[in-house]
Ligand binder design. Sequence first.
Ligand code: PMP
Length: 357
Amino acid sequence: MSEFFSDCLNGLVPYVPGEQPRDKKYIKLNTNESPFAPSPKVIEAIDKGQVSDLRLYSDPTADMLVGAIADYYSVDKDNVVTSNGSDEILAFIFRAFCGKSKGIVFPNVTYGFYKVFAQLFNIDYREIPLKKDFSIDVSDYENISDNVIIANPNAQTGVFLSVENVENLIKQNPERIVVVDEAYVDFGGQTVIPLVKKYKNLIVVQTFSKSRSLAGARVGFCVCDKALADDIKTVKFSFNPYNLNRLSIVAATEAIKDKDYFVKTTSQIIENREFTEKELDKLGFETVSSTANFLLTKPKGISAKELYLALKQKGVLVRYFDNSLISDYVRITVGSREQMEILIQKTKEVLTGGQNA
Ligand code: PMP
C-alpha cells in the first residue's frame, strides 16, 4: 500500500475472483460460466458491421437492450437499468441506497462481493447466519431496518428460497430495500421480477454471465420500481454513462431474444447437474441440493482442499473457499456432459490414488 492510499479505505479487502489461469488448458469448473458458446444469433449480429461502429460512443441508455429485457419480462423500460456485469449494478445499488443512516445485511454464506462493496463505500453491514442446512430463515430478518440483499439461488450453496418466502421478506418492512440477486435463477429457480409491480422496495438483479453464455461481454441489469431505477441511473450517470459497450449491447439483445437457445442450454445444464449429483452420491459425497449451475459438495475420504489441489494437478479446476463455514466443501460448476464425466473420472482417480479407477 502506498502512503497516498486514502485512509477511508483502510482495511479494505478486495474481492478475490476465481482463478483464471493461463499456464495450461484446464477444464474450468470454478467460476460458474456456461460451457456453451453464446447463441449463434449473437455471433451473427456482432459480425454484421458492429465493429466498424466502435469509433462511436455506445448508447448511454442502452435503449435497444433495455427494450428487449422489458419485453422479455413484461415490464416497462422505465423499470430496467443495465450495467457492465451485474457486479456494477450491485455497486450502483449499494451506493444509491445505503449510507450513514442505512446499512445492509446479508447471509453469512453468500456472494463475497456484498461485503467488499459495503467496505468500499463505508456502509455498515451485518451477516445473518444461515440455518444448518444452508437455508435462509426469513424470520431472522423480521426486525431489521437496514436494507437486505440475498442471492437467490444463494451463491456458493445453490439453495433456493421460495417466492413466497422472498415475498415475506419484502413485506416485512416497506421502509427498507430488498435486493434479490438472481444470477443463478434460470437453472430451475423462479424469478420474483413480477413482484416489482407490487412492491416499491424490491430490486431484482440479473446477469447475462451464466444462463446466457456472455460472462466475457459483461452485461447485467436490474428491474425495480421506476423511482428506484431513476436513483440508480443517477449514480450510473455520475460514474460511467457509457458503461455498456456497443458489442455487448448487441450481444445481450440477441441473447435475450433467442429463447430457444436459452431453453436448450439451460435444460442441458439442469440435466448435467442431476447426472453429476448422482455420480457424487455414488462416491459418498454429501452434496447440497442445488437450483443453480453449480454444486457445493463435501468429499468423502479426502479433505476438500486436497481434492481441489489434486484435481487442479489433473487439469480440472473447481473452487475451494477459505471460509470456515464451507471449508469442508468444493464448489463445482456444472459444465457439459463430457466435462462432468471427466470430472467424475478424475475424482475417482484421486480417491483411489491411481491413474485409472
Ligand atoms: N451475483 C452473484 C451471486 C454471482 O455469483 C456473480 C458472479 N460471480 C455475480 C453477481 C456477478 O456476475 P457478473 O458481474 O458477471 O454479472
